[in-house]
Design a binder for this molecule. Structure first.
Ligand SMILES: Cc1cc2nc3c(=O)[nH]c(=O)nc-3n(C[C@H](O)[C@H](O)[C@H](O)COP(=O)(O)OP(=O)(O)OC[C@H]3O[C@@H](n4cnc5c(N)ncnc54)[C@H](O)[C@@H]3O)c2cc1C
Length: 310
């Protein structure tokens, strides 16, 4: 069991945590980063990234995350393969316990634990993830130019993703399990005005159909929840927009969270409800959810931690 003390303890090694580490280490704060189980963050679950600024060609996402880590290490950051299982934000210094049983004292804490997209939980979904099934229209919409696609969901995200995709795809079919959307009225009005969008109500996705080698989505099997009737809808891709789960359970009752579990930060900053604790990336962002926005708030959090310490 090792005990560490650092000026800046960073939880998470995605774009937010790594960028915070780069800025904190360049400020001589010698940050320690507990990487969590998903070393490199969500991006390591997709093969390539095309919209991270600075690269004319698509780059391997895992390579990109390795570069961010190496850059931070170059300036003195220490990455430790550990997941924080307990944290006390009422004490100074803050104290966290890792899965390894190691103890981390931090004069400041940057939380960059991200969020997990909710998946449908059907078997065929796993097979086609990244091969026709996506959870991010901004990231992957481009691959479906002039194609026929479906979006599943009924909230603001699903409606907005459908509107975004309607400008790229030939036709977008929105699948919703109820007979009305939860999305705000103004967004619904915009959606209903689109000529290449169709909505299929009262339906869930029973199965995803496609070819094997290479995996490729060709249709989805829909089940009407009122009649139990199954029908096949030919599509080239499916976007799942049924929400995200922020990884914030550790901070419940210690930090202010919104009703979906996202950490609330003071407007225009990464400051949480506890002075000296900052939140960056998807854990505090339910709108943009991009690698570059996570990196941007990671940068802010390190600078704010530095200002707090001095
Ligand atoms: C399949 C897929 C494709 C995507 N494609 C793109 C794209 O093309 N372009 C784009 O800009 N964005 C894309 N995104 C979104 C992008 O990956 C996220 O917006 C970004 O990774 C968020 O960064 P983050 O650092 O906030 O969190 P994450 O990347 O989620 O990282 C969270 C980190 O926290 C760690 N962690 C969690 N709990 C703990 C704990 N208790 N203790 C310590 N560490 C912990 C995890 O191990 C992980 O390292 C994609 C996402 C997915 C899932």
């Amino acid at each position: 069991m090792t005990v560490y003390h650092t000026k800046v303890l960073i939880l998470g090694s995605g774009p937010a945590g790594c960028t915070a580490a780069i800025y904190a280490s360049r400020a001589n704060l010698e940050p320690i980063i507990a990487t969590g189980l998903q070393h490199g963050g969500q991006l390591t679950t997709c093969s390539e990234i095309e919209n991270f600024p600075g690269f004319a060609e698509p780059v391997q996402s895992t390579w990109l995350m390795e570069q961010l880590q190496k850059q931070a290490e170059h300036f003195g950051a220490t990455f430790l393969n550990d997941t924080i299982i307990n944290i006390d934000l009422s004490k100074r210094p803050f104290v966290a316990i890792g899965d390894s049983k190691d103890t981390y004292y931090g004069d400041t804490v940057i939380i960059a634990t991200g969020a997990c997209a909710r998946w449908l939980g059907i078997k065929s979904e796993l097979k086609f993830r990244g091969f026709g099934i996506s959870i991010c229209a901004t990231c992957d919409g481009f691959f479906f130019r002039k194609k026929n696609i479906a979006v599943v969901g009924g909230g603001n995200s699903a409606a907005q993703e459908t509107i975004y995709l309607s400008k790229i795809a030939n036709k977008v079919t929105l699948i919703h399990r109820r007979d009305s959307l939860r999305a705000e009225k103004i967004i619904q009005d915009r959606l209903f005005a689109l000529s290449n969008v169709e909505i299929i109500w009262n339906s869930i996705i029973d199965e995803i159909i496609g070819s094997d080698n290479p995996p490729n989505v060709t249709a989805i099997l829909l089940k009407n929840v009122k009649t139990d009737i199954l029908s096949e809808l030919p599509v080239d891709g499916l976007f799942i927009a049924i929400g995200h789960n922020p990884n914030s359970s550790l901070f419940k009752s210690q930090l202010e969270l919104d009703n979906e579990g996202y950490i609330i930060t003071k407007c225009g900053t990464t400051q949480t409800s506890v002075p000296g604790v900052f939140a960056a990336g998807d854990i505090q962002d339910k709108i943009y959810k991009q690698a570059i926005t996570a990196a941007g708030t990671g940068c802010m959090s390190a600078q704010e931690a530095n200002a707090f310490l001095s």
